[in-house]
Design a protein around this ligand. Sequence first.
Ligand code: DGL
Length: 309
Amino acid sequence: MHTSDKPIGVFDSGLGGLTVARAIVSSLPDESLCYVGDTKRCPYGPRPQEEVRLFVRQVGAWLERRDVKLMVIACNTATAAGLDVLQRSFDIPVIGVIEPGARAAVQATRSRRVGVLATEGTVASGSYERAIHMLDAGVRVTQAPAPALVDIVERELAEGSHLHQDWMRNREIFDTPEVRSAVARCVEPLLGKGIDTVVLGCTHFPLLARQIREAMGGDVRIVSSAEETCREVREILERREELSNPESVERGVGDEPSYRFATTSDDITSFAVAGRFIFGHQLDSVEHISLEELDSLVATPKDYQIAED
Ligand code: DGL
């Protein structure tokens, strides 16, 4: 298979990365995609970095076997813990979502006061602060850990049965008093600091963007890494001359773009229902990945002391 016909690999701890996958297929409609949601081990946010790093290596190894041409770690927590190790491990380009998110925030802010809403793992890593300061050392960054919001998104979406209807009617399933007050609690540390831009430092949070904007009040801009990540994917593929070529499909040489999904969840149906809600297209092909299979690719050391080279 010619490299340009290979899929882009995308992964997250669960469903959140589908917000990035959706943006990729809408800006690059000729590209094929292979998405992994490590739902069984979600959330990654509260786990030690070494453990998340191991998971990143395992899922990365799985995707590499699927012969992807580029990998996107569509999870901030996983990016903070393991982007460097994947970049060192593979010959294909691997990108994360933190640098694109930081760029979006620096471009958007006028007051040069930026809030970061993320998981506790991402906050503790300090990765956003570093990435923002690489671009503008004068930006004041305030971080707020918001693990409750990951739980809300995964729980609401896992319940599943109402999603078909709600999606069809385009209703806002997260617009409940319980969600609004959880969001209000999480954004508290960001209030009263002159922040004009909040970066959604977790790929689950774009689903709660409206509630976050309302809780922040005023004209606060809410930015996510999705668009900047897509731009980076396009630039890398263009530079490497690996963008999928629709003309080869027309000539009958290449394949139509395909979207494949895999999850460690035991409940593929719920994953597909919730996934459709986020991805905006039917998830026609969803396969199950067992943790044993991931362990067979990169074994779990008992103490998580992982050799890196
Ligand atoms: N979607 C993940 C991120 O972007 C967070 C979810 C989790 O805690 O696993 O950080």
